[in-house]
Design a protein around this ligand. Structure first.
Ligand code: DX5
Ligand code: ZN
Length: 226
C-alpha cells in the first residue's frame, strides 16, 4: 500500500501572507505542498504563475506538487520546473498530446502526474500508466476551492487503484476533502489527500490539528492505526 499523505492546497491560504502560510502548513505536518495553477481558460479562474512558486519555494523543505489547470500546458512545464516544482500534474482533458507532455515532464527530471476532472472516466489514463507517478482524481469541478466533495467519484478511485495494482503510482484525491470523508477515500484506495479549506481554517494555530484529523481518519480507515 502506498503511504497516506496530506497535502495542503495553498489556494485556501491567506494570499497576503503566502510565505508564512506555507511555513505554517509545513510545520503543521504537511507531507507535500499542493499548488493549484489556474489559467482562466482551461478553468474559469486565475491563480498563480511560476514567479509565485519560486517566491514561496524557500519557505518549505517539503515537495511541491504543482497541479496545472492550464491548456495548452506544454510551454509552462519548463518555467514551473525551474521555479521549484517537484511534480507536475497535467489534465488529461487539456489537450490531445498527453503522452508527449508526460514524456517532457519526465525528461525534465520531475515526477509526472495526470489529473481527471469528474466527467472523465478512469479508462482515459490507461494508455499512459507507464509514464506517470501519480493520478489525481478530481472530486470537485476544477477551478475553485471550497466546494462539496462529489462522493460519486469513490468508485473511480477504486477503479484506478485496481488499474494501477503492482505499480508505484500514487492516487491523489483533490477537492472537498475533509476529516469526514478521508476514511472512505482511503478505503477506496486514495493515498494522497489534497485539502485546502479543511486545513487552512480557524487560523494557523489550528493547522496541525486540521492536518492530523485528516491523516488519522484516513489511516484508521485503512487499519494502520487503531
Ligand atoms: C480545485 C483545486 C483543489 C482545491 C482544493 O480546482 O484543484 O486543489 O483548491 O480545495 P478544497 O479542499 O477547498 O476543495
Ligand atoms: Zn488541485
Amino acid at each position: 500500500m502506498r503511504p497516506i499523505q496530506v497535502l495542503p492546497s495553498i489556494l485556501a491560504a491567506d494570499f497576503a501572507s503566502l510565505g508564512a502560510e506555507v511555513e505554517a502548513a509545513t510545520k503543521a505536518g504537511a507531507d507535500q505542498i499542493h499548488v493549484d495553477v489556474m489559467d482562466g481558460h482551461f478553468v474559469p479562474n486565475i491563480s498563480f504563475g511560476p514567479a509565485l512558486v519560486q517566491a514561496i519555494r524557500p519557505h518549505s523543505m517539503q515537495p511541491f506538487d504543482v497541479h496545472l489547470m492550464v491548456a495548452p500546458v506544454d510551454a509552462w512545464l519548463v518555467p514551473f520546473a525551474a521555479a521549484g516544482a517537484d511534480r507536475l500534474t497535467v489534465h488529461v482533458e487539456a489537450g490531445p498530446h498527453l503522452h508527449r507532455t508526460l514524456q517532457a515532464i519526465r525528461g525534465l527530471g520531475k515526477q509526472a502526474g495526470v489529473a481527471l476532472t469528474p466527467g472523465t472516466p478512469a479508462s482515459a489514463v490507461a494508455p499512459v500508466l507507464d509514464l506517470v507517478d501519480l493520478i489525481c482524481v478530481m472530486t470537485v469541478n476544477t477551478g475553485f476551492g471550497g466546494q462539496k466533495f462529489i462522493a460519486a467519484m469513490l468508485p473511480k478511485i477504486a477503479e484506478l487503484r485496481a488499474m494501477t495494482a503492482g505499480r508505484v503510482i500514487d492516487i491523489e484525491v483533490d477537492g472537498g476533502v475533509t476529516a469526514h470523508n478521508a476514511g472512505e477515500i482511503a478505503q477506496a484506495g486514495g493515498n494522497l489527500l489534497v485539502a485546502g479549506s479543511s486545513v487552512f481554517k480557524d487560523g494557523p494555530s489550528a493547522y496541525a490539528a486540521n492536518v492530523k484529523a485528516i491523516r488519522d481518519a484516513a489511516e484508521s480507515a485503512r487499519g494502520i492505526r487503531v
